[in-house]
Design a binder for this molecule. Structure first.
Ligand code: RIB
Ligand code: NA
Length: 289
C-alpha cells in the first residue's frame, strides 16, 4: 500500500546568496554569506504536503553525499516517506540561488542525480495512490511516462509546469490539474490570452498562480479568483512548490479544487515570509487550522 500523495520530482541542495543586484556577463559582484537549505521542486512539494499532515511519498534520486543526507533528513522530519528516493552514482542536485532585496530569486540548477530518474522508475508505483504531483526538473520522458501510468491507474494527476517545458498533447490531455504561474500560462497560450484557453490544451482544470495576487482556478464550469493574504515577502523561493504540495494534500483529502486552492494560496503566502524553501512551509497549526 502506497501513500495517498505521490510526488515525482527533484531534490536539490539550495545554495542561497543574498545580493543587492545580480552580476552580468564578465562581472563580479559580492553577496552575503552562503546559506545551505534543502530544496528541489519535488522535495519541496512533498515537504509542504507532509507538514500539513498528508500521507505523502517522494519518488526521486539523490547522491551518496552530505547534500543527499540533508535532503533525506528534511523529508523525513516532515513525515515524508522516502522509500522511493533512490541513491544515484551522480552527485545530489544543486541549485545556485541569488535573492535580491525585493525577495525575488534567480536559480541555476545542476540536476546531478535528478537526471538519473528513468521511466522504469515510475512504472509500478501507483497502487493505492490518490494524487500524483509531478514537476519538470527530472527528465521529460520520465515525467510523460509517470503521467501516462498514473492516468491508466485512475490516479488524479497534478502537473506543475516548472521549469516550463514543452509537453506532448497526449500528456496535457491526461492531466487533471495543470498548475502554472502567469509566465508559464502566457508561454503556453500566447501573451494576453484568456486563462480559459489553457483548457483547450487538454487538462481537465488549470490553476494559475499570480504571486501576491493569489491564484485563478479554471474549470469547465467557470473561473474562480482566489485572493492571497497580504504579507511582507522576504524570499519567494519554492512558493509555487508549496502551493502544489498544499493543493495535492487537500485534493487527497477529497476537497474540491477551489477549496484546495484557497489553502494553497495561504501556504504560499506563509512561505514567502520566511527564508528558504523547505524550512518555510507551515504546519496546519501554523496556518491556523
Ligand atoms: O522552486 C524552487 C526550487 O527550484 C528550489 O528549491 C531549487 O532547488 C530549484 O529546484
Ligand atoms: Na520561503
Amino acid at each position: 500500500m502506497n501513500s495517498d500523495v505521490l510526488v515525482v520530482g527533484s531534490a536539490n541542495a539550495d545554495l542561497v546568496v543574498a545580493v543587492d543586484r545580480r552580476p552580468g556577463g564578465g562581472e563580479t559582484v559580492l553577496g552575503g554569506d552562503t546559506v545551505l537549505s534543502p530544496g528541489g521542486k519535488g522535495a519541496n512539494t512533498a515537504v509542504a504536503a507532509g507538514r500539513l499532515g498528508a500521507d505523502v511519498a517522494l519518488l526521486g534520486a539523490v547522491g551518496d553525499d552530505p547534500y543527499g543526507r540533508l535532503l533525506l533528513d528534511s523529508l523525513r522530519a516532515a513525515g515524508v516517506d522516502t522509500g522511493l528516493v533512490r541513491t544515484s552514482e551522480r552527485p545530489t542536485g544543486i541549485a545556485y540561488i541569488t535573492v535580491t532585496p525585493d525577495g525575488e530569486n534567480a536559480i541555476l540548477v545542476s540536476p546531478g542525480a535528478n537526471s538519473s530518474l528513468t521511466p522504469g522508475d515510475v512504472d509500478a508505483v501507483f497502487d493505492g495512490v490518490q494524487v500524483m504531483v509531478v514537476s519538470l526538473e527530472v527528465p521529460l520522458p520520465t515525467v510523460e511516462h509517470a503521467v501516462a501510468r498514473a492516468a491508466e491507474e485512475g490516479v488524479k494527476v497534478l502537473l506543475n509546469l516548472s521549469p516550463a517545458a514543452k509537453l506532448s498533447a497526449e500528456t496535457l490531455a491526461k492531466l487533471d490539474v495543470l498548475l502554472v504561474n502567469e509566465h508559464e500560462a502566457a508561454w503556453l497560450t500566447g501573451p494576453g490570452a484568456d486563462f480559459r484557453q489553457l483548457l483547450a490544451l487538454g487538462p481537465r482544470a488549470a490553476v494559475v498562480t499570480l504571486g501576491a495576487d493569489g491564484a485563478v482556478v479554471v474549470e469547465a464550469e467557470g473561473v474562480t479568483e482566489v485572493a492571497s493574504p497580504k504579507v511582507e515577502a522576504v524570499d519567494t523561493t519554492g512558493a509555487g512548490d508549496g502551493f502544489a504540495g498544499a493543493l495535492a494534500a487537500s485534493l487527497a483529502e477529497g476537497a474540491d479544487l477551489v477549496t484546495a486552492a484557497k489553502r494553497a494560496v495561504r501556504v504560499a503566502a506563509f512561505s514567502v515570509t520566511r527564508h528558504g524553501a523547505q524550512p518555510s512551509y507551515p504546519t496546519a497549526a501554523e496556518l491556523g487550522e
